[in-house]
Design a protein around this ligand. Structure first.
Ligand code: BDP
Length: 683
């Protein structure tokens, strides 16, 4: 299996009281609806029960009336058990994608009821998860609704089969400019995603190349067949589109958003798409960014561009997801006043309130680009009248590329908890992206996928925890990183407590460890250009991408203060702006993001910047080695096929962490000429 079944492998549960309880209640199931999604839920239920409890599930009709059973269905679906267990008041609390589960002694059943078939499916996944994590089920009484409306995955898959920033093999959607037609795999993928609560997937790269512009015309039938599979699992399909689409197909000589020919071209496309895919989600657009076409070419702004597409999709209920990753990638590195970090805010803040209400702006979590440490994007809090989703990157482009373990849920949690001050004290990012702070029509979370056609989906088996964790967090940001890790471990590896403790520790320490041996104190980058893997302190220092550390013999860091720097700190609100702007108050982990300081500057930790660099890099490499030892303690207690693949990755990580340590320490020793206080060897 090699990890193919991921967290839906349903490892057998240990004998004991709970397992007996499950056998007692779960031996029979009552389902009356033929709906495909309800049937998918039933199939999942049967699969899970057979595997976890080693019993066959009897169908309802074969039972005597008093026997215990699980009843699954929509409130209006005609299942008498569902209708008798849930009263009007219960039903009112369940939203379109939510569900209720109640153990009813009176009716001898556990009822999983929902307003819609997909709610039923989510409810079944929930109940299976309760079993897989050994929870009591005799007194269940819960109503669960997703916190975020849009829970989206963005694929960066190309039609040629490559995956931009993909670290888990090639695409399973395309190969060689054709659709793979591997519906089995696509269905398994949809199941996995749906089990975490994902309800939207964009299947092609935001960088849309010439042939991919044909996804909305010539290739619509193939796209539609993927949408058919997604639909079973409550997932709406989205496509990334090329803003210059009308020109690519040669029918219109311009892509000017205000040109009537362009507008009607997109309207015709929308009509064709909805003919083939009635529940098509909409478009994802990367415009005027990294050489992609966009409205700037025509002197139009991004509201003009987005609204034109929104108008085309509006009659069908479609939405435009317009990315805010817009910056000048050809800036002059000698000019310390230009600052890529400012770009998203500078471009989009002035457009607040100008977008149609089926446009959503998609904002990367930080102002730069998915670094191991960045402040939260100041656009969160700045847009009061605009739908917005946050964009995370599950793919570990800058966090070890799925060769290093880096559990990102703690990072995402930190971002979601960040208080923007937008509406006083309690204005965390999570309440902006769930739509509650400003009362947005659309809101939610999107993230760049980390999957490919590797048998285990994510290359590094432990990177599955990020995929799982992302979905769970998008469903409910209140879950803790520990809880999510615990679930994933139990569902993947089974119930052994020692295994759980070891893997949980590896996951929860991994972000901090990765951060400690890579770029220090929030400055970011220091990686090899283009492929972005491995240390290269000056790799981007003298290029045009706007990603600098400004290290010289006296000091390091980017001055983003108002007085002497780029003024970026002023894009934050109130105390956040003041804290980041102040050398004294700026948190250590972001010091070099906001300030240029001498190597002898003393941190809140009491260490100088240079000693911090040395210490964290020695400790980080050592801790990477310990991860391997920790994993080694599980040999024999884990399935061999799973054990060996992680062992191999952790060996690579331990060696590579030393390379990082040595390059970074050497670089700064030579630049600064300052000895390590502990006199360790630095080359
Ligand atoms: C950067 C990637 C690049 C993407 C870009 C984006 O390096 O490949 O195209 O983001 O988000 O992180 O559009």
């Amino acid at each position: 299996d090699q990890g193919y079944s991921a967290w839906l492998g349903y490892p057998p549960l240990p004998q004991g009281r709970l397992q007996e309880q499950y056998v007692k209640w779960c031996g029979a199931v009552s389902v009356t609806e033929a709906d495909d999604t309800v049937q998918a839920a039933l199939a999942e239920w049967n699969k899970g029960i057979v595997a976890m409890l080693a019993i066959q599930v009897q169908a309802d009709q074969e039972l005597s009336t008093g026997a215990l059973r699980v009843a699954i269905g929509t409130f209006g679906g005609g299942n008498t058990l569902i209708r008798s267990v849930f009263k009007e008041a219960d039903i009112r609390k369940v939203e379109r994608e939510g569900f209720a589960i109640r153990t009813s002694a009176d009716h001898n059943c556990i009822a999983v009821g929902a307003a819609s078939p997909v709610g039923v499916l989510y409810g079944v996944f929930h109940l299976l998860r309760l079993l897989g994590t050994l929870q009591e089920i005799e007194e269940l009484d819960v109503t669960v609704n997703p916190v975020n409306g849009l829970r989206m995955i963005n694929h960066w898959d190309n039609f040629d089969g490559s995956v931009e920033r993909g670290y888990a093999g090639r695409s399973f959607f395309y190969e060689n400019n054709r659709f793979t037609g591997d519906m089995g795999r696509i269905r398994d993928y949809a199941r996995l995603m749906s089990s975490t609560g994902i309800n939207a997937i964009a299947i092609n790269n935001v960088n849309v190349h010439a042939l991919e512009t044909l996804f909305i015309s010539e290739y619509l039938p193939e796209v539609a067949s993927i949408a058919d599979v997604f639909r079973l699992y409550g997932i709406r399909l989205f496509l990334s589109v090329n803003f210059a689409g009308p020109m690519h197909e040669g029918e219109v000589g311009t892509a000017d958003p205000l040109d009537p020919g362009v507008r009607s071209w997109w309207q015709r496309k929308a009509a064709d798409i909805y003919q083939a895919i009635p529940d098509f989600g909409g478009f994802v657009v990367k415009a005027d960014s990294e050489n992609r076409p966009g409205p700037f070419t025509y002197g139009r702004d991004h509201a003009d561009g987005a609204n034109m597409l929104a108008e085309a999709l509006e009659p069908y209920g479609g939405i435009v997801i317009w990315r805010c990753f817009v910056y000048n990638c050809k800036q002059d590195w000698r000019d310390r006043k230009t600052d890529r970090a400012r770009a998203a805010y500078d471009h989009f803040k002035p457009l607040d309130g100008k977008f149609k209400d089926n446009v959503i702006l998609q904002i990367k979590n930080g102002p730069m680009d998915f670094q191991v440490r960045e402040p939260v994007s100041p656009l969160f809090g700045a847009l009061e009248r605009t739908n917005q989703v946050i964009e995370f990157q599950i793919a570990q482009e800058y966090t070890g590329q799925q060769r290093h373990v880096c559990y990102l849920v703690p990072q995402w949690k930190e971002v979601l908890e960040f208080n923007t001050n937008a509406k006083g004290e309690a204005s965390p990012v999570k309440h902006i992206v769930d739509g509650s702070l400003w009362g947005n029509r659309y809101s939610g979370i999107a993230a760049v996928s980390n999957v490919g056609n590797d048998l285990n989906w994510t290359g590094h088996l432990l990177a599955q925890a990020n995929l799982y964790g992302y979905g769970r967090l998008a469903w409910n940001p209140e879950l803790s990183a520990e809880e999510i890790a615990g679930e994933w471990i139990a569902l993947t590896f089974g119930q052994d407590p020692t295994t759980a403790a070891v893997i949980s520790r590896i996951l929860l320490d991994s972000w901090e460890i990765y951060e400690s041996y890579t770029a220090p104190l929030g400055v970011g980058w220091m990686i090899n250009p283009e492929h972005h893997y491995g240390p290269n302190v000056d790799g981007y220092e003298y290029s045009q991408w706007g990603t600098y550390h400004y290290a010289d013999n006296c000091g390091i860091g980017v001055d983003r203060t108002v007085q002497s720097g780029t003024g970026y700190s002023s894009q934050y609100i109130g105390s956040n702006a003041a804290r980041y702007d102040s050398l004294e108050e700026c948190p250590d982990e972001l010091l070099l993001f906001f300030h240029h300081v001498p190597y002898t500057h003393v941190l809140h930790s009491g260490k100088t910047v240079i000693q911090h660099i040395y210490d964290t890099h020695f400790a980080g490499a050592e801790r990477a080695e310990e991860l391997l030892a920790l994993w080694g303690s599980l040999q024999g207690s884990l399935r061999e096929d799973l054990y060996v693949q992680v062992e191999e990755r952790l060996q690579g990580q331990a060696a590579h962490a030393k390379e990082w340590r040595d390059q970074i320490n050497t670089y700064f020793f030579r630049k600064s000429g300052i000895m390590d206080a502990s006199q360790r060897t630095i080359y």
